[in-house]
Write a protein that binds this ligand. Structure first.
Ligand code: C2E
Ligand code: CA
Ligand code: CA
Length: 696
């Protein structure tokens, strides 16, 4: 268990080398051993909590372990050696910058407070020295001198107009001037020429006596022109009449801390591999673009390389990394000087942010340029790697939109670009999104809905045209959705086919319809209607279909000829072999087969004669032409007559669908059509309505 102990010893040595440590070495090692545990706990955390680590940063200041280079040296040691020396799988290297940051923050805050306390006591001593009673004067003057000379912070005493009267050694070292050079110099010479005027106002106010005290972070210029970041406090000392007499300035050199903060900030906001801004920086910029208000438009191209994983897996991660760097460089070249921003979002995902864009066309042009910039193969390690990307494009006014929505939409749109075939961009389309969300919601619920019987079956009469007798019913499924209300099959059957859920759902419908058929059979005997059930193409591909159907019909103890299965032409013809054999097996069992929506698909009449088909259902679309109306298409009537004649020649029963008015029924009768179904006779309804029909 040498790890943490070894690290604590290293740390103690570093502290001793970089600062004045009052503690004896054994106690120091024990102390930093405790600190090491806190750091390690931070690196093990599921959710990093900065507070304990900040506290040890502050603790170092409180225990006077803090010299001029203490912070930098400790951070360096933590960064370079902690994981290496301690090891352990439970430590998460990605938390290291956060741990360092918390440590630095705790240290810096405590240091600033300590300096401020020191400054207060110096200021008080200076005041006492000036105003002190006769007897105390000598003593306080001496105390002030001692503090002035030995202080680690820079101290300056100046005229109200800023001419330096006295400076201490620490300040002269900070600024790189000799003490005698500084005496008589005006503080304005220590400024950077182009600093904002607002930085000067506090000094003007204190010189005129308008205020007594101020404190700010102030950038000064050293004798060699280099920058000196200071934490500056200036206090006014007034004379007996209250008029400004002296200014006392106290300066802490915070240049290292400032640089460190800058570096940590840069690290926290940039991707080390490509040097691009990272997700955090991008999110900050996007949020700021929305927060800025006004009516401007924000756009982004969110891109993901196509097939990057294959390159990574086959050519190795080094080449993968090189490729990412090359892509980053091309994207960067596209945006430099345009005010746009590229960031790496992680993995092989990048984003280009276009603030203040002129509209969608600008984003489309950018997406096109990105695609062509990536089209040129990338030479890496002797390969010429072809790379392409898919881009999700989102462009909108900031009014009424949020960054989170925008990112979510970009994500969805990127997915569309991939799904639509890759190496392309897709633009955000709210209608497409709404459709997909609705579809997703429905398909997610469907399995549970089959289980919990949210589906039910309505039945629509099929009548004989010659005498209006009820000969059959079509079973039509409905969904009583708890949220969306009653849904028709057009809203979910297609979806169920895509997800494969049509198989269990179709089985359920068939079982339900068969049980119903059994009940009617018991009550009405030979007068019971044939129950016609729709079968989706996807179901006919199911190897167990024939067995399932056989089981269901047997379980109901029903003659198979009481059931008819409806399939569309395309379901029968678009696949070869399997479905046709299935159809034969079903027909051989004695089940009737009907071709649904006939006339809308291939209508391969020659093929029809080889099929084990009992009935043809003429598509409802032909009924338009049979209306008694000037807009009726006479070709429809021609087609219907032909189909009826042909079907009869092949021995099939013909059923017309979608019959809505008496004229249509008359024409169909005239053409010799056998049966019909449609609103003229009845809409689909509950089983009781069929019973009422049978009983009248
Ligand atoms: P389909 O098989 O062509 O069913 C006939 C559709 O026409 C039904 O719509 C019915 O309500 C409607 N209809 C009936 N008479 C008339 C009329 O006079 N005029 C008009 N304009 N329409 C009429 P529905 O119930 O919305 O069903 C739509 C489609 O959903 C069905 O078309 C069928 O393809 C499918 N479907 C329904 N239930 C099932 C099922 O259990 N399994 C499968 N796989 N598909 C089903
Ligand atoms: Ca049907
Ligand atoms: Ca139909």
């Amino acid at each position: 268990m040498g790890g943490p102990d070894a690290f604590a010893r290293m740390w103690a040595t570093v502290l001793t080398e970089t600062g004045y440590v009052a503690m004896d070495h054994r106690r120091l090692v024990d102390q930093v051993r405790e600190y090491t545990e806190v750091l390690l706990a931070g690196l093990r955390a599921d959710r990093f909590n900065p507070e304990p680590v900040e506290r040890i940063g502050a603790g170092m200041v409180a225990l006077r372990l803090a010299g001029a280079q203490t912070l930098g040296a400790s951070l360096q040691l933590i960064g370079a050696d902690l994981l290496r020396v301690v090891g352990g799988d439970d430590l998460r290297p990605e938390l290291l910058p956060a741990v360092q940051g918390a440590f630095a923050a705790g240290f810096a805050t405590a240091m600033r407070e300590k300096v401020f306390r020191d400054q207060e006591s110096i200021r008080r001593a200076a005041l006492e020295a000036r105003r002190g009673a006769e007897s105390a004067l000598m003593a306080s003057e001496a105390r002030f001198r001692a503090m002035f000379n030995q202080a680690a912070i820079g101290i300056a005493i100046a005229d109200p107009d800023g001419t330096l009267l006295e400076v201490n050694r620490a300040l002269s070292e900070m600024l790189g001037y000799r003490v005698d050079q500084l005496r008589g110099m005006n503080v304005t010479r220590l400024r950077f020429p182009d600093e904002p005027a607002a930085m000067r106002r506090p000094l003007e106010e204190i010189s005129t006596g308008a205020r007594d005290h101020y404190r700010m972070e102030r950038l000064l210029r050293r004798s060699d022109g280099t920058p000196l970041w200071t934490d500056l406090t200036v206090s006014l000392v007034r004379d007996a009449t209250g008029a400004p007499q002296y200014l006392v300035g106290m300066l802490e050199d915070i240049t290292d801390r400032h640089m460190l903060e800058e570096r940590l900030r840069h690290q926290a906001n940039h991707d080390p591999l490509t040097g691009l801004g990272n997700r955090a920086l991008f999110t900050e910029r996007l949020t700021a673009a929305f927060a800025r208000g006004g009516r401007h438009r924000v756009g982004l191209c969110y891109l993901d390389l196509d097939g990057f994983k294959v390159i990574n897996d086959s050519l190795g991660h080094d080449i993968g990394d090189d490729l990412l760097v090359a892509v980053a460089a091309r994207l960067d070249a596209l945006v430099t000087g345009t005010g746009r921003m590229v960031a790496r979002m992680g993995g092989d995902e990048f984003v280009v942010l276009v603030e203040d864009n002129s509209g969608r066309a600008e984003l489309v042009a950018l997406a096109e340029r990105i695609l062509s910039a990536l089209a040129e193969p990338v030479p890496i390690g002797g390969h010429r790697l072809a790379v392409s990307a898919s881009i999700g494009l989102v462009e909108r006014s900031v009014v009424g939109a949020t960054p989170a929505e925008t990112m979510r939409d970009a994500d969805v749109t990127l997915y569309w670009a991939k799904a639509d075939g890759k190496n392309r961009w897709a633009g955000y389309d709210p209608d497409r999104n709404a459709r997909e969300v609705a579809r997703f919601t429905l398909s997610a619920r469907m399995p549970a809905a089959v289980e919990s019987e949210e589906f039910y079956v309505d039945y629509q009469p099929i009548v004989r045209l010659s005498d209006g007798e009820l000969v059959g019913v079509e079973a039509l499924v409905r969904w009583a959705h708890p949220e969306f209300g009653r849904l028709g099959p057009d809203q979910f059957i297609g979806l169920a086919e895509e997800t494969g859920l049509i198989v269990p759902l179709g089985r359920w419908v068939l079982r339900e319809a068969t049980r119903q058929a059994r009940r009617w059979h018991d009550t009405y005997g030979d007068r019971a209607p044939v129950v016609s059930v729709n079968l989706a193409a996807r179901q006919t591909e199911e190897p167990t279909l024939v067995a399932d159907v056989a089981t269901i019909i047997r379980a109901a103890n029903l003659p198979p000829s009481s059931i008819q299965l409806e399939l569309t032409e395309s379901a029968i013809m678009n696949t070869t072999g399997g479905p046709l054999r299935t159809l034969r097996e079903l027909a051989d069992m004695g089940i009737r087969i009907a071709i649904d929506d006939f006339g809308t698909g291939y209508s391969n009449l020659a093929y029809l004669r080889h099929l084990p088909v009992h009935a043809i259902k003429l598509a409802g679309s032909f009924m338009e032409g049979l209306r008694d109306s000037p807009t009726a298409d006479p070709a429809d009537a021609q087609i219907v007559t032909t189909l009826v004649t042909l079907s009869h020649a092949l021995g099939h029963v013909v059923i017309a669908e979608g019959v809505e008015d008496p004229e249509q029924a008359d024409r169909l009768r005239e053409f010799g059509c056998d049966n019909a179904q449609g609103w003229l006779f009845a809409k689909p309804g509950r089983p009781e309505e069929i019973e009422r029909w049978l009983e009248k």
